[in-house]
Design a protein around this ligand. Sequence first.
Ligand code: A8S
Length: 192
Amino acid sequence: MNGNGVAVGNGGIGGLENEFIQRHHRHEPGGHQCSSVLYRHIKAPVHLVWSLVRRFDQPQRYKPFISRCVAEGNLEIGSLREVDVKSGLPATTSTERLEYLDDNEHILSMRIIGGDHRLRNYSSIVSLHPEIIDGRPGTLVIESFMVDVPEGNTKDETCYFVEALIKCNLKSLADVSERCAVHFRTEPIDRL
Ligand code: A8S
């Protein structure tokens, strides 16, 4: 939930999702920290969206601000990645650790442990949930984060900044997944 206790996203969100947020996206921010929850409905099946999200070693497949990623480890907990950020942002690199990866429940969690940027003690959780959208398999993506409020900024400014980045990531995740889903959907028709 953001400062107003409301998750931010496209379309509606039901009681079941809210229950899930309570269960899996619980952050306990201290006084100098902020946290929020965002979500997005994607018109693509969970397995397809998950195939992008789970690749901790390849965030550039959908995150639009990342230009390069060098990862070590084989997607096990504790794996590290070093990402380069595209120019135009108040950052150049980030060092990130895989905290949790659950292929059954479709949950990934990471923590930022270093880098040239202003987000100290950033951690995030992404979870995917199957749903039906327009009669087809779809996915609800929920992403929550917690981070220190940098010196000289307010909680609102920090939340706004991070939420803007995550909204772009979720939009791009939707675009890539939906393009892919359409491709798979039309293939058999093409062959007829
Ligand atoms: C993610 C989420 C975030 C990434 C942020 C919020 C970042 O990669 C960018 C700009 C920054 O100032 C911080 O899941 C940092 O990637 C795009 C370099 C960490």
